[in-house]
Each structure stands twice: as C-alpha cells, then as structure tokens.
Design a protein around this ligand. Structure first.
Ligand SMILES: NC(=[NH2+])NCCC[C@H](N)C(=O)O
Length: 415
C-alpha cells in the first residue's frame, strides 16, 4: 500500500487519510420549514456542533489520520479555471433558476474569489445576498422569491462526507444520489477529485459517473469495503440494485474486487444506509442492530468477460435470509462472523440505533470512534474487547449520521 495515493483496502485497517466537513453556514440555513426536505430531523446549535466536530477531528488525527477539510479542498479546487467552470456550469441551471436569472447568477458567482465561491457552493445564497452583489435581473423566478429565500440551495448534508463519494480499493465512486437535497454534493467531489492537486496527479479507477448514473443510485453509507477484493453493499432506501450491479461490473472489470455481497434491506428512514445498522469493527466482527434481523442477500461474482471490452458478465447467487452471515463470511474468506449486538431492551435498542449507536468508524482493527450518547452500545463494545474512542454527539447526531457517516476515507490500509 502506498501512502499518499488514494486507496481504501478495507473497513478496519489503519485509517491514514480522511475527508470530513466542519458544520458551517449551510446549517444556519436550516429552519423548521426546510429541515425535512434537507433531511434533518431537528435544528442544530451550530456553534456547539462545530466544537463537537473539532473533537471528532482531533480523535481522528490522534489515531494517526491526516484529516482533510472538504471546504479547504473545494477552495483550493476552484482556483483551477477548468474546475470553476465545471462547478458553475452545474450549479446554475436554466431549469432551476430560469433563463433570465441563470446567466446573472453565474456571472455573479464567477466574479467571486475562491473563499466566497466555496461558501456559496456549500452554504447556498439568499436573494438578499445576491442583491448586495448585483442589480436584480428581470426574472420571474427571482421576483417571486422573498428577500431571504434561497436562490441557491445549501448542502447541509455535506457534513456526511461518506455518502456522495466513496473509495473502494484503488478507485472512487462519485455517486448518483437518491434524494434531491443531496444531488449537488456529487458535483463538489467530482471537481475535487478531477482538479485538486492532491488527486489530479494520482491515478485511480472510477466506479461511477455521478449524477449521470441517474436511477442507478449508490450512496457510500451502504458500501462496506471488506478487504481482499470483497465488498458488501446494502440495497436500501438510497442504493438501488442496478447501482450495485454497475458498481460490481466496474470493480470486476478493473480486477479490483471479485465478489460483492448485496443485502436486501428494508426501505425506511431509520435504516437509510447499511452503516446505520451494521458496521465492521475488526477483521471478523460486525456491530449490528438487534432489530435488523436476517436479510435476503446475493453474492455477485464475475463469470467471464462480456461482449464489449471492459464488460464483465455477472454471476449471481441468491441466498435466503438465514444465510446472510454465512454469505458475508464466505466473501471475507472466514468460517464465520462475530456478530456484536448490544444487549438492551427493545426501546433502548431502537433509541440507540436512531442515535447512530451502530455507526462505528474503525480507525484501526478493533479501535472505533462512536458518539458518547450511545452508552449501552459503547460499553457492550468494550466488554467485547473493542477499544472505543468516544466523541460528543449531542448536536451532531441530529442530522441522523454518526462518525462513519461523517468521514470519507481516502487512504486506509488493508487489514
Ligand atoms: N452514511 C450515512 N448513514 N449517512 C447519513 C446521512 C444522513 C443525512 N441527513 C441523509 O439523510 O442523507
């Protein structure tokens, strides 16, 4: 494994480099009216959330990871003219802003320095802010907006850097997102991976084509990199079977993986991604939610090359629910899994799952980061021999994402 070149060899090997995003102005745009659409269940006290996030970053750095802040990456990326062009092209759209306002908005953004433009891309822009920079164009779209309405929507879910892109072995999937509120997040990552000097010079595969993948949605919260060429993907509220097949095909064509286990999950908000109910904590142990139960699963392997170069035919084996753990163990090349399900009553199990108690982020085999509030899960992990590094989650937890959701590993060792 080469440090510096993006490569994620496993779920639990030592974490070397990771992208995070400190909560910022995008979260100050949330109101009781907009929070549902923006996929938050409550409003955050942003100042406190920032403090909590700083502690999270300090724990990651203390565990030996280089912590990259997404807004720094974006700022450095939009200094490259081609990157700037790319994001402007995709942020200002006639179909969203109307033909009258779109060019004016774009010209206004074009004139911004990189810090201001980064704020706009992540934090959005209100009509009032726009009119401080330019005269109001004759646009029905703008005219119909109130002074503090948003002309460019904020991206508060950038906090959860796990989802819009995910590194799997020697390549990255920039994902087509299921929810309208998150679609533009992929544009941010596409620009960073194409033009930021840290990534532009590196060679890596591409496992997907971002929003162009349309209905074949995949989100990183559903993707577990088991190690040794195996991957588990949850088919959830967010990730579709067609998304999984396309991911498998590309991984197999490059020879980067040779087995993908797809789990058929219930489609529910509480279980929106696989990592909300199941995460890996060491080479053979998984922390799982008691009420997840056993799920039907499929093992996808390459059967041989397909008709076109680069195409691979897929072999699909389907398993009944009772074989879920066996299917994952086989993909891992082990006799069995150690399944860790905290012992607690039904109510407390459901509350801790909601508070992301299962969303552990491993920083090394058997060493995980979790929120402090999920106390029963944390002590159960400790009793099971797992080292638990707690971070405060009173505010951060309100967006329905834990430490694994808030991290996008770019360099992680095999285990
Ligand atoms: N990997 C995860 N579980 N991410 C959680 C994302 C939460 C975010 N509010 C959403 O609904 O999309």
């Amino acid at each position: 494994m080469v440090t510096g070149t993006p490569y994620v060899g496993s779920e639990v090997g030592r974490l070397r480099e990771v992208i995070v995003h400190r909560p910022g102005i995008e979260l100050l745009r949330l109101t009781p009216e907009t929070m549902d659409e923006l996929l938050f269940d409550d409003l955050l006290w942003v100042r406190r959330a920032q403090e909590e996030h700083a502690e999270f970053c300090a724990v990651l750095a203390g565990a030996g990871a280089e912590v990259l802040e997404l807004s720094d990456l974006v700022r450095e990326t939009v200094t490259v003219p081609a990157a700037r062009e790319f994001v402007l092209e995709r942020t200002f759209d006639e179909r969203v802003h109307g033909p009258a306002a779109a060019p004016v908005l774009r010209a206004t953004a074009e004139a911004m320095d990189e810090a201001r433009l980064t704020d706009l891309l992540i934090g959005g822009l209100t009509k009032r802010e726009l009119l401080e920079l330019t005269d109001e164009p004759r646009s029905v779209v703008l005219h119909a907006l109130g002074p503090d309405d948003l002309v460019v929507a904020p991206l508060p879910n950038h906090l959860f850097t796990r989802d819009a892109s995910c590194w799997v072995y020697d390549g990255v999937a920039v994902n087509s997102m299921r929810m309208p509120a998150r679609v533009r997040e992929s544009v941010t990552y596409e620009a960073v991976y194409r033009w930021h000097p840290r990534f532009a010079a590196a060679t890596f595969h591409r496992w997907s084509d971002g929003p162009a993948d349309g209905a074949a949605t995949v989100e990183g919260g559903d993707v577990l990199v088991l190690g040794g060429g195996a991957v588990v993907v949850g088919m959830s509220e967010r990730t579709t079977p067609q998304g999984v097949e396309r991911l498998a095909e590309r991984l197999f064509a490059a020879g980067s993986a040779d087995r993908v286990v797809a789990l058929a999950m219930p489609k529910a908000r509480a279980f929106m991604h696989l990592d909300t109910v199941m995460t890996m904590v060491d080479e053979r142990s998984f922390l799982t939610y008691a009420d997840l139960g056993m799920l039907p699963s499929y093992t996808i392997t390459p059967r041989g090359s397909g008709a076109e170069p680069g195409e691979v035919e897929l072999e699909i084996a389907d398993h009944p629910p009772e074989r879920m753990h066996a299917a994952i163990a086989e993909a891992l090349g082990r006799d069995g899994l150690r399944v860790l399900t905290p012992e607690q009553d039904v109510h407390s199990a459901a509350r801790e799952q909601w508070d992301d108690g299962c969303n552990a982020l491993a920083v090394a085999p058997g060493v995980v980061v979790t929120y402090d509030r999920t106390m029963t899960s944390n002590s159960y992990l400790r009793e099971s021999g797992v080292e638990v590094l707690e971070v405060p989650g009173a505010e951060l937890g309100r967006g329905r994402g834990g430490p694994r959701c808030m991290s996008c590993p770019t360099v992680r060792e095999d285990h």
